[in-house]
Design a protein around this ligand. Sequence first.
Ligand code: SF4
Ligand code: SF4
Length: 90
Amino acid sequence: MAKKLPKQLALLDEDMCTGCEACVSICPVDCIDTLEGHHHALVMQFCSIDLPRCIGCTLCAQVCPWDCITMVPTNEMVRQTKYADQVAVK
Ligand code: SF4
Ligand code: SF4
């Protein structure tokens, strides 16, 4: 049976992320990871979200102190070529 996609997905602005990891610890499905090799707060692009695993719970967007995470309707995400492959039902 095809996986049912959530209504919205978390989109992380990697350029603004400071790597505080607040979102990493709160995600109930552990789909946010720190990027390997970026262990200094001044280095941007600290975290990434595994979109196929995101359930759209919004917790990460609520806790991010820098508002780097935006909830985007899944339909819009699918239309953006950059994310289409990640969101496609496998
Ligand atoms: S919306 Fe929820 S499931 Fe998706 S990345 Fe954020 S905390 Fe994780
Ligand atoms: S809560 Fe925001 S600033 Fe902190 S690691 Fe997550 S996306 Fe980056």
